[in-house]
Design a protein around this ligand. Structure first.
Ligand code: ADP
Length: 540
């Protein structure tokens, strides 16, 4: 597909220079364009900033009709259209929140004899709408439906980290227009998500392009989160990125506002951004950030898709992200100009319990169909993988992220650009099977009604009021771990949760989002360990 002898090659190169001002193509751009122009179904995995838009905008210019682009967010669509109009490319969009008359104007233009549009962007729910489908059929009958582009295609998959129910109806497009090429684009998809997307969209003999997800200019680290997390963030920014531009991802709207307020007090030009804000206010904040009038945005994951700012020097996670895919994508917003940038994650195990609770109660932004079985299961599994990533203070962060996307990475090539690789490592493997067994047995002997911290207290022989109140100092395993360091026992316990031998069950949450939980035993997974048929080793 890198061949330059296609009938459209000359036009392609000329338009790339003249209309888009690019001197060359980025990796895979030419290949994707040649494949879609040859009328194949194409699936493209390209990291954020890789230049996905060009792979359909350029073909739209050298094709006779209209390209339909399905994109999830109106703000993202508006941003794209603004750029297209600046380049004198005729484009429009349809979304549910437009005035009805405006929508009629767009539909009318679409069925007019000389439709001006080269690109029509639509939000996914519009595809289920008969009026639009009728116009697409009309375009198709006049041979003016060039291709269908599905942006952020991972949103189709329930296995993905960003499932959107509206995307599920997109399979209808291939059913209605089997001979129209579909181009599916995403910056994030594991092998199973890719399969799911290809199947749900009904893509035929699909050509797949993917490139390395490694971002060599990003430096990754995970830092234990303390009560003074915002002070730590303030110091980190002042020491490493003073006055530079960055994003701080927070879990809840309240967190965004609190973190932003504290950073302002510390002298930073910070603002917050989340889904519950008035759209005008949100757009204003984004604009100020683009123009460098403020340099730090404290945001939920609602802030991100379509962010084109090239000089984001740091992405900080104030709380645990809900999946490795999401984390990788959020970090990917840093350093799009190729300059060195930092990705710092402040991790505490208690955030895991908090996120888990929010997931199962649908309290997180952009978290759809949360309480339904399969989605919740996937979300919980994704979250556990993220905990595993944070708990791992040994392996290369790049290796851990990339393996998740099915990409092998030799940690030698990390060149000490993650916290684990840059540590002077003097580690040994340690058999912790006995500790693990004791902890599981203890959870059972307190009737699976107590928290992780209570279990650790009993295990290490505490005689606190709480331990005595429940007479847990009389248990045979009380003090069994007297000689085990607290940190070590804690790591084993977290490992048991990650391996789903123990399960954290949320009991209560208060107004501030603090949650309390108890540990249960997963009998099926614990049986081998308790029967002495499983050993557990951790590296210390
Ligand atoms: P993605 O959607 O993959 O995150 P975009 O399509 O938004 O990436 O492109 C990211 C940036 O790269 C944009 O500013 C775009 O103008 C620029 N870009 C894309 N292709 C090229 C190219 N061939 N040469 C130079 N710049 C490019």
């Amino acid at each position: 597909w890198s061949n330059r002898d296609f009938p459209w090659t000359k036009k392609l190169e000329a338009n790339n220079k003249k209309v888009f001002g690019n001197h060359s193509f980025r990796p895979n751009q030419r290949e994707v364009i040649n494949a879609t122009m040859s009328r194949n179904d194409v699936f493209v995995l390209m990291p954020t900033g890789g230049g996905k838009s060009l792979t359909y905008q350029l073909p739209s210019l050298i094709s006779p009709g209209v390209t339909i682009v399905i994109s999830p967010l109106v703000s993202l669509i508006q941003d794209q259209i603004m750029h297209l109009l600046q380049a004198n490319i005729s484009a429009a969009y349809l979304s549910a929140n437009m005035e009805w008359t405006e929508q009629q104007d767009v539909l009318r233009e679409l069925c007019s004899g000389h439709c001006r549009y080269k690109l029509l962007y639509v939000t996914p729910e519009k595809i289920a709408n008969d009026a639009l489908l009728r116009q697409l059929e009309n375009l198709h009958a006049r041979e003016l439906l060039d291709r269908i582009v599905i942006d952020e295609a991972h949103c189709v998959s329930q296995w993905g980290h960003d499932f959107r129910p509206d995307y599920q109806s997109l399979g209808i497009l291939k059913q209605k227009f089997p001979n129209i090429p579909v181009l599916a684009l995403t910056a994030t998809a594991t092998a199973s998500v890719k399969e799911d997307v290809v199947q749900a969209l009904g893509l035929v003999d699909c050509i797949i392009f993917r490139q390395s997800f490694n971002r060599p200019n990003l430096r990754y680290s995970v830092i234990p989160k303390t009560k003074k997390c915002v002070d730590d963030i303030d110091k980190f920014i002042k020491d490493n990125h003073n006055d530079e531009c960055g994003i701080i991802y927070c879990l809840s709207k309240k967190d965004c506002e609190k973190v932003s307020e504290t950073l302002q007090e510390y002298g930073h030009k910070a603002a917050f951004y989340h889904g519950s804000m008035d759209p005008d206010k949100r757009a204003a904040v984004q604009k100020m950030w683009s123009k460098d009038e403020i340099n730090i945005i404290c945001a939920t994951v609602a802030f991100g898709m379509g962010i084109n700012k090239p000089d984001v020097r740091f992405v900080i996670h104030h709380s645990l992200p809900k999946s490795i895919e999401g984390y990788h994508q959020e970090c990917g917003r840093a350093g799009r100009d190729g300059q060195r940038s930092s990705c710092v994650l402040y991790y505490s195990y208690s955030d895991y319990i908090r996120v888990k609770h929010m997931l199962s109660h649908g309290l997180l932004e952009q978290n759809y169909n949360a309480s339904s079985g399969r989605v919740l299961e996937t979300n919980t599994e994704n979250l556990l993988r993220m905990v595993n990533y944070c708990e791992n203070d040994v392996d290369c962060r790049r290796f851990l992220q990339l393996i998740h996307f099915g990409e092998k990475f030799d940690s030698f090539n990390c060149k000490k650009t993650c916290d684990n690789c840059s540590k002077a490592q003097n580690l040994v493997d340690k058999d912790v099977t006995e500790i693990a067994k004791h902890l599981v047995e203890l959870v059972k002997s307190v009737e699976q009604q107590f928290s992780a911290s209570h279990i650790l207290e009993v295990y290490r022989g505490s005689l606190s009021q709480n331990v005595k109140k429940y007479e847990h100092h009389t248990l045979s395993l009380h003090g069994a771990g007297k000689s085990v360091a607290k940190g070590e026992a804690l790591r084993v316990l977290h490992h048991l949760v990650v391996e789903e031998i123990l399960i954290e069950v949320v009991k209560r949450s208060d107004y501030y989002g603090n949650v309390s939980s108890i540990l249960k035993v997963n009998e099926k997974k614990a049986s081998n360990l308790l029967a002495g048929m499983q050993t557990i080793t951790l590296r210390f």
